[in-house]
Design a binder for this molecule. Sequence first.
Ligand code: NAG
Ligand code: NAG
Ligand code: NAG
Ligand code: NAG
Ligand code: NAG
Ligand code: NAG
Length: 613
Amino acid sequence: MKSTMSTTRAFCVAVLAGLQPLVAALTIAEINGNKFLSPYSGQAVTNVTGLVLAKGANGFWIRSTTPDNDPATSESVYVFSTTAGVNLTIGDIVSLDGKVAEYRSAVAYVYLTEISSPKNVKILSKGNTVTPLVIGQDTLSPPTVQFSSLDGGDIYAVPNGVSNISAVNPVLKPAEYGMDFWESLSGELVTVRKPTVLLRPNSYRETWVVGDWATTGKNSHGGLTMSDKDSNPEAIIIGPPLDGTKNPTDSKMGDLVEDITGVVQSTFGFYYILPLTAIKTTVASNGAAPPSSLQGTGNCRAITVGDYNVENLTPTGTHITKVAGHIANYLKTPDILFVQEIQDNNGATDNGVVDANVTLSTLVNAIANLSNVTYAFVDIDPVSDKDGGEPGGNIRQAYLYRPEIISLYNPNPGSATDANEVLPGPALKYNPGRIDPNSDAWTASRKPLVAAWRAKGAKKPFYTINVHQSSKGGGTSLQGDRRPPINGVVDKRIQQAEITANFVKQILDQDPRARIITAGDFNEFTFVEPMKRFAAISGLKDLDDVVGLPAEERYTYTYDMNSQALDHMYVSPALATAATKYEHLHVNSWATAADMVSDHDPSVALLNLCGCA
Ligand SMILES: *[C@@H]1O[C@H](CO)[C@@H](O)[C@H](O)[C@H]1NC(C)=O
Ligand SMILES: *[C@@H]1O[C@H](CO)[C@@H](O)[C@H](O)[C@H]1NC(C)=O
Ligand SMILES: *[C@@H]1O[C@H](CO)[C@@H](O)[C@H](O)[C@H]1NC(C)=O
Ligand SMILES: *[C@@H]1O[C@H](CO)[C@@H](O)[C@H](O)[C@H]1NC(C)=O
Ligand SMILES: *[C@@H]1O[C@H](CO)[C@@H](O)[C@H](O)[C@H]1NC(C)=O
Ligand SMILES: *[C@@H]1O[C@H](CO)[C@@H](O)[C@H](O)[C@H]1NC(C)=O
């Protein structure tokens, strides 16, 4: 038995050696190669020589002592071992044997090239100088627009996920593509000069920054805003410090921090810098956004219209008071307010309750306590557990309106399952009503809430549609393996956008001068397929375009490295006038994690709804 086993074992080693020969005296650049995956993956290597740059809990990083001149080949590499580095000091030059490995902890991520199972670690010399590469000075500057050659020029192209970096393994073009740039520095010790924080850290205290290199999309507060075909590959996320200190939790968009030195490592779906020590703030930005400057006239000539995803609003707790504070003090109590994510009267308790009148009355009372405005409200209860969101919460859209200025026009409320229709007139069959609520486009999602209103002094009604499309759940990271990245649930959002757009079109087909406002959390960017179709079919205009807001100031949300706009207000041509105004209030995007009230920013518009133009 014993001899059979050792024969088998010897046989295996022979096969292994046959397939994976020992490769002696490769440089680190040769091991990394000029692609994402090492040409020596799976092979044993001996006498790999390098300078110890940094040490972490599970390994250490070494830089070649015999570099090449190719910017595509990283001169440094991670040596994965919890033990082999214990006697090493930064500044040692070592030689070692090991195996070239490609590691990722999930299939959606790109691989990290590393040397695993190191042995024969020999210290050749000690006390050598370790100099980090200053990004943009000792290296190329990070590309600012494109992530990968496999994105076809548009990281949000539909269909997504048509190729994988790990399968194609393209040659790195670090001057052109952001992922290639960071991959070409894998394992390298780098310094980020004059970093600016792009947004609050995630729950692991990981913080996106840019350094003093050229950027595109920088907004006036210091964040980076995405735009069509530019999702800011020049940003880098700063991970957990190698010395065991902890990054701050109170960083926020626009904070300036001390220069950051650390190693470049792909992990958890992104290229990180693992800093030697924790981020230190030098100049904190102003986290308090200014309130709305827009004022209505109390009649149809100038009506303020707000929009706010209030994030799982329940009747109890402090959240509702904070939301009321935003509506009173920052939105300045708009005449009509589109809200999303109003939960039912017992919040996330899943017991069949769908009524939200207690939630909405409590919000109205809290706003009244802080202002002189007592809103009326209208919503339609969903069928329990059919509209997605937090289980049991039965989130829905609702309108708050100032009844002395705005009233429902010929009210005739529909139920959760009544499909609203555009009747001759135009007129709505149900007011308010839901659009095509039984379509499978809305499975586990929120049906649009449409209503017709009369503004004080107006000759004709105006129409509103309050939307909350399916979220991007199940997507893959912007720096993940799949290219272009999976834009989660984009097919459903295309269907949803088309249904809403066709409803709008039916009104405008009858009356091209109809006044229509469609607003809410579309969970999509204006330059991506669902919203492109929405605008093309409906004929509505994006208010950001109408008022000519600079592209970099168009954001209502922060995610990964980007300031971005998921919330929009679209208006019919009759409302796209020179008098129209529109503001995004960055009460949450600029705030620290502790101070943020909702994950979305609210917006306010000023519109003439008289219907006499
Ligand atoms: C190991 O590599 C170094 C150069 O990096 C070379 O000087 C040395 O001779 C090599 N040793 C062996 C045993 O191959
Ligand atoms: C570290 O040094 C100690 C003391 O010389 C030695 O016993 C140990 O084997 C070394 N460990 C490694 C991983 O080289
Ligand atoms: C990409 O990789 C994923 C995960 O392994 C796989 O499911 C998918 O089919 C691959 N796509 C292509 C185009 O090869
Ligand atoms: C909510 O609606 C129920 C049923 O119509 C009613 O009894 C209750 O008084 C309402 N509560 C509030 C706060 O409006
Ligand atoms: C409004 O103010 C009154 C009096 O201060 C307070 O009792 C009540 O709880 C407040 N209501 C809300 C909803 O904040
Ligand atoms: C409410 O109205 C009164 C009287 O017009 C005014 O003095 C007060 O400042 C207003 N309060 C708020 C919060 O707007």
